[in-house]
Structure formats: structure tokens, C-alpha cells
Design a protein around this ligand. Structure first.
Ligand SMILES: Cc1cc2nc3c(=O)[nH]c(=O)nc-3n(C[C@H](O)[C@H](O)[C@H](O)COP(=O)(O)O)c2cc1C
Length: 448
């Protein structure tokens, strides 16, 4: 069954944006990557547009080439979101925390604290780390995938049990009677091969009970885990068919785990540079591209166009001889798009400005074109919603809220305002407290 309205969330990062040159732009304070006031402003803008959540990814090691660009992410997500909780009122706050290192008691405690202080707006992007650099920061080497996911299952089950360990039945403080009924605040006594906890966790339910679980769509192990625990799954597809197939696989994984697939929301990525006209948007993107060394992207472009020789004239359309020899790589949408643009007479620099090589499907164009993209994916049931990101957060979030959101509303594709107060309300999720009882723990979980 198709949802009536799409879900929209913003993927925040280092305060600059996804383009490596945003920090060099004249309107940007290059020191703002550690300025929480800037992040607060971005979250408030997203909230003004009625967006359902902000999302903070994470890497547990130095990521990126600092000589030319800022770290992609650097400030701890849960601490960042705690600050946003105080500065916003409605928007959901989703943070990434790895299941590979932290003990579940600490994870459960911090995430439920975020949920309580934000009045039920927290979400946890639960990911196993996968890069050797992350493990090196904990004095470890990358384990085999089975072990990584075995730990993930144990962590998820212990965290959920701890969240549910302060039962609703413990009641509210009664000044004439008990503060809380201890018979409903019970230990969990879980011990697995990797982690364990006695409990209980001394944190009462939040307005939404416990944080919403977000997981990525990854390998078979990851999909199985997402089917068991995730309320929201984030996909990484470049086209509608792939995304539809991934959404279907995720829903099947939920059904296999004994859950109702309708309860799982599948989110796809989309990136935007918005202008009054398409050429204005392309100019904005070109202004960013002009601040990076274009030789690498040009060389990549010539390979994607199937050319034997490097492109040496970035501002000239391809010659007739070059156009005669361009070839799209089969099964690569980006290559096909680059060929299409070359054949339409765009110069190499312009082809790059169309964001053909961005790691997510991206639109450089008008608000209507941005809305068309989202509408097409949504109506094809390729996604229940989108994680949107921008070249430049300083202008991108406000452009989206001021220009694209009204178009989506006019078309009946986006809600007029928040339906409720919690993230669970915003996403249309059923209540859950503790581990979903429909899930059989089997051999993957921690045992009592
Ligand atoms: C959409 C998406 C978002 C992800 N976000 C993060 C992240 O913020 N931090 C992280 O360490 N890994 C992240 N990952 C990586 C996954 O956690 C996973 O470890 C990786 O895809 C490898 O999974 P596999 O071992 O099952 O193949 C993300 C993956 C996807 C597809």
C-alpha cells in the first residue's frame, strides 16, 4: 500500500555541505564546522519546513583529505543532537552510533537520554562499523562479517531489553505514595558471546517510549538484521528500479522476521542544488567546482564517456570525432547520463556541474525539477521518503524549504505540518517498547 505523503529528512554533516569546496565560498565562515549555532540554524530551518527529521552520520576515524577539504563529519552525533533537542521543538533527531564498540548499557543510556530530553524525538541509526581505520581506533582489527553482525544482534537485543526494563506500569511519581513501583523496573540479565548487561536501566519511557531504529540496507546479514529491528531502512540506489527492488527486499526481510512490512519505511537519498532557473542552479554548482582541482573529475569523466584520450578543453563541447567515439558503460546510469549530456552539446565542465558523479542521485535545477524527481520515485514506490542533502547547507536547506516544500504540498505529496509530537508520530510508526515480541531471538541473540 502506498503512503499518502512522503517522509523527508535532512542529512546534516560538517555544517558546510556535500561539495568539497563549500568551505571556500565567500558567504561561508570556514571555521563554522565546529559551530553548533550553525547546526541549530540548519535544524530550525528544516523544522520550519515541516521536515520529519535531521540525520547525523558518523565515522569513528579521520575521514577525508584535510589539506583540501574539511572532515566530512567530526563532532559526536549524540552530543550534537542533544544540543539540537534544546533548540528545536518538533523535528526528529536521528544519530548514528556504531554497534561494534560501545557496550550496550552505555548506548541504551545515551540514546534513551536523548529521547527523554527531546520529548520522544530520537532515532538511532544502528550500524556496524566496517572500515579497518575505525577498528584501529579501538585497538582492534576488522572482524569477519559474521562476528560483526553477531555482535550487532547481541547489542540490539540488550539495548532494547534495557530500554524496556523501566516498565510503563511503574507509574508516575506519587507524592503521597511510591515514587515508582520497583516491581515493574526489573533487571534484564542478558549475556551473549560479545556483550551483556544486568540492568535495569534507570531511565523511564519517553513520550514515544524508546528511540526509533534506523538501519542501512547493506549485505544479506545487514538486511536480515534490518528486517528484525529497523523501523526505517535507508537505501543507496541510483535508479528507481534498483530502489524498488531494494525496498521490496527489505519488506520481505521484515515479513520473514515475523513483522508487518507496512511498518517499515524505506528511505532513499537525493541531493539538490536549487536555482530560479536550471542555468542558475548550474552556475551555483560551477562556482563550487571552480574551487577544486578539476583534473581528477575530468579524467574520470573521460573514462565514463568511454574515451581513450583525456579531455583537455573543459569549456568546449566535445568535438564531432569525440562524440562519435563516446560509449556509455552498460548498467551504469551515471555513465549513460554523462553521454546523454555530452551529446546534447554540454562542455565537460557543464557535464560535471550536472552532478553526474555525486555519490547519490542529484538534481541541479529548479524547485519544480526537484519536486518532479521526488514525485517520480515516490509514486513508483521506490521509496516511502527521502534523505535529502545539499552541496551547500547554508543556502540549500532554506532553498528546499522555501521553494520545493510548497510545490510538494501543492501536489498533495507532503504534509502541511507535523501530525504529532514524537518522531514515531511523524513517521507513522506503531508503538514499541522493549524488543519487538514478534522477533524470535534464535542463535543470533543474547540469552538470559
Ligand atoms: C545508507 C547507508 C548509511 C550508512 N551510514 C553509515 C554511517 O553513518 N557510519 C558507518 O560507519 N557506516 C555506515 N554505513 C555502512 C553500514 O553500516 C555497513 O557497515 C556497510 O554498508 C557494510 O555492510 P556489510 O558488512 O553488511 O556489507 C551506511 C551504509 C548505508 C548503505
Amino acid at each position: 500500500m502506498k503512503n499518502k505523503h512522503m517522509i523527508l529528512g535532512v542529512g546534516l554533516g560538517n555544517n558546510f555541505g556535500n561539495h568539497p569546496a563549500t568551505w571556500r565560498m565567500p558567504h561561508v565562515d570556514p571555521g563554522s564546522y565546529t559551530n553548533i549555532d550553525v547546526t541549530v540554524e540548519q535544524a530550525r530551518t528544516a523544522e520550519r519546513g515541516g521536515l520529519q527529521f535531521v540525520f547525523v552520520a558518523d565515522r569513528l576515524f579521520m575521514f577525508g583529505d584535510l589539506a583540501t577539504s574539511p572532515p566530512l563529519m567530526n563532532i559526536d552525533p549524540i552530543i550534537t543532537l542533544s544540543a539540537l533537542a534544546q533548540a528545536t521543538e518538533r523535528i526528529g533527531l536521528i544519530g548514528t552510533a556504531s554497534t561494534s564498540f560501545t557496550e550496550p548499557y552505555l548506548l541504551a543510556r545515551q540514546l534513551k537520554a536523548l529521547d527523554v530530553i527531546s520529548h520522544g524525538r530520537a532515532g538511532w541509526n544502528a550500524v556496524p562499523s566496517y572500515e579497518p581505520d575505525a577498528f584501529a581506533n579501538f585497538g582492534e582489527v576488522l572482524p569477519p562479517r559474521e562476528n560483526k553482525y553477531e555482535r550487532l544482534h547481541e547489542v540490539m537485543q540488550v539495548v532494547h531489553a534495557l530500554w524496556g526494563s523501566w516498565g510503563y506500569e511503574a507509574g508516575q511519581p506519587d507524592q503521597a505514595g511510591m515514587f515508582a513501583d520497583p516491581s515493574y523496573i526489573r533487571p534484564v540479565n542478558l549475556q551473549g558471546r560479545h556483550v551483556g548487561a544486568r540492568g535495569p536501566l534507570p531511565v523511564p519511557p519517553s513520550e514515544q517510549g524508546q528511540p526509533v531504529i534506523i538501519m542501512p540496507a547493506s549485505s544479506g546479514y545487514g538486511l536480515q538484521a534490518a528486517g528484525m529491528y529497523a523501523n526505517v531502512v535507508i537505501g543507496m540506489s541510483f535508479n528507481i528500479e534498483e530502489s524498488r527492488a531494494q525496498r521490496h527486499t527489505v519488506r520481505q526481510a521484515a515479513a520473514q522476521a515475523g513483522r508487518d512490512p507496512e511498518e517499515i519505511k524505506f528511505i532513499a537519498f537525493a541531493g539538490f542544488t536549487i536555482g530560479d532557473t536550471e542555468s542558475q542552479a548550474l552556475n551555483a554548482r560551477r562556482a563550487l567546482d571552480d574551487r577544486i582541482d578539476i583534473r581528477g573529475p575530468l579524467s574520470r569523466l573521460s573514462a565514463y564517456l568511454g574515451l581513450q584520450q583525456e579531455l583537455t578543453l573543459p569549456d568546449e563541447p566535445l568535438t564531432t570525432a569525440q562524440l562519435a567515439s563516446v560509449r556509455a558503460h552498460p548498467q551504469d546510469d551515471r555513465s549513460a547520463r554523462a553521454v546523454e549530456l555530452a551529446k546534447a552539446g554540454w562542455s565537460p565542465r557543464d557535464i560535471l556541474a550536472h552532478a553526474v558523479f555525486d555519490p547519490i542521485p542529484s538534481v541541479v535545477g529548479t524547485a519544480e525539477q526537484a519536486a518532479d524527481h521526488l514525485q517520480e520515485w515516490f509514486e513508483a514506490e521506490a521509496a516511502d521518503g527521502f534523505m535529502i542533502t545539499f552541496d551547500d547547507f547554508h543556502t540549500g536547506i532554506a532553498d528546499f524549504v522555501n521553494r520545493v516544500v510548497p510545490v510538494l504540498r501543492e501536489r498533495g505529496l507532503f504534509h502541511d505540518g507535523y501530525e504529532g509530537k514524537t518522531l514515531r508520530d511523524h513517521l507513522g510508526l506503531p508503538p514499541q517498547y522493549g524488543l519487538d515480541p514478534r522477533i524470535a531471538t534464535g542463535s543470533t541473540g543474547a540469552n538470559r
